[in-house]
Design a protein around this ligand. Structure first.
Ligand code: BG6
Length: 255
């Protein structure tokens, strides 16, 4: 990485920050679609940023996904923030165990020397189960913790990629395709104007809860995710974007 790259990144960061109306944008070199190391670097950058804002006794809610897995891999203890609690942002969304928020949350907490609570809900959740499960005392308790989150760290996915990865039904796939969904985050699928096309029924953090949380950090890179990042930020509920060079360069082409 040369000085010229650094200043080039600074210009890009500023451009993205202004256009998407964000508080902070950080770009790491490379394209995470192509190299695992780039995704790791994305994870490390997210950990550095998290440690720069985290204070003792705070609650951090996290989502699943491979980008968040990279964040968990790179997690380390903070030298100032102690007693932090890690929770999954939402219940099961259809992900494989290694990509699930619960798995990532436990790993992050261990590496940060923090505490964690997990959220066990069937996946997918029927309307009846949903109504009774939110009355369970143990579920109520963690839902309370989730709502108290000070920081949220989450991934952003390409809508169709995520629906297929989660083995969504034909009906849901059709809804997503005919509604022209572009991005997905927290189990919500958005079109290119930021409109919600479909929402996975599960407990935990809802989109509207995000506006009350001061630090909502999105971690998403790779050229293939540029459109998704753009679509997700149309409804603008996150304040920080940690991305890579390839996504950033593709993103500004669309501005
Ligand atoms: C999921 C998050 O687990 O990860 C989603 O809940 C996000 O909001 C997805 O779209 C992104 O996955 P990845 O593997 O591309 O980081």
């Amino acid at each position: 990485l040369f000085m010229s790259d650094l200043s080039e990144f600074n210009v890009l960061e500023q451009q993205i920050k202004d256009t998407l109306n964000l508080e902070h944008v950080i770009i790491t070199p490379g394209n995470s679609d192509e190299h695992a190391l780039v995704k790791q670097e994305l994870g490390k950058t997210a950990v550095d940023y998290l440690h720069s804002i985290l204070v003792s006794n705070q609650t951090v809610a996290v989502t699943g996904g491979t980008s968040m897995t990279a964040v968990a891999e790179m997690m380390r203890p903070s030298n100032h923030a102690v007693n932090c609690l890690f929770v999954p942002a939402r219940g099961g969304l259809g992900e494989r165990v290694e990509n699930q928020a619960n798995t990532i949350c436990a790993e992050m907490a261990k590496k940060a020397n923090g505490d964690y609570r997990l959220l066990y809900v069937p996946d997918p959740l029927s309307e009846d189960t949903y109504q009774s499960i939110i009355e369970e005392p143990s579920v109520k308790e963690i839902l309370h913790n989730i709502r108290q989150a000070n920081v949220v760290v989450h991934g952003i996915g390409d809508a169709l990629t995520m629906a297929k990865r989660r083995k969504a039904s034909e009906e849901v796939l059709h809804k997503i395709q005919s509604g022209n969904a572009v991005s997905e985050a927290f189990g919500y699928y958005f079109d290119d104007t930021g409109e919600v096309i479909h929402k996975v029924r599960t407990v935990g953090m809802q989109l509207e809860d995000l506006s009350k949380i001061k630090s909502v950090i999105a971690v998403a890179g790779g050229k293939s995710k540029a459109k998704a990042i753009h679509s997700y930020f149309k409804q603008g509920k996150s304040s920080v974007l940690i991305t890579d060079e390839a996504a950033a360069k593709e993103l500004i082409k669309g501005f």
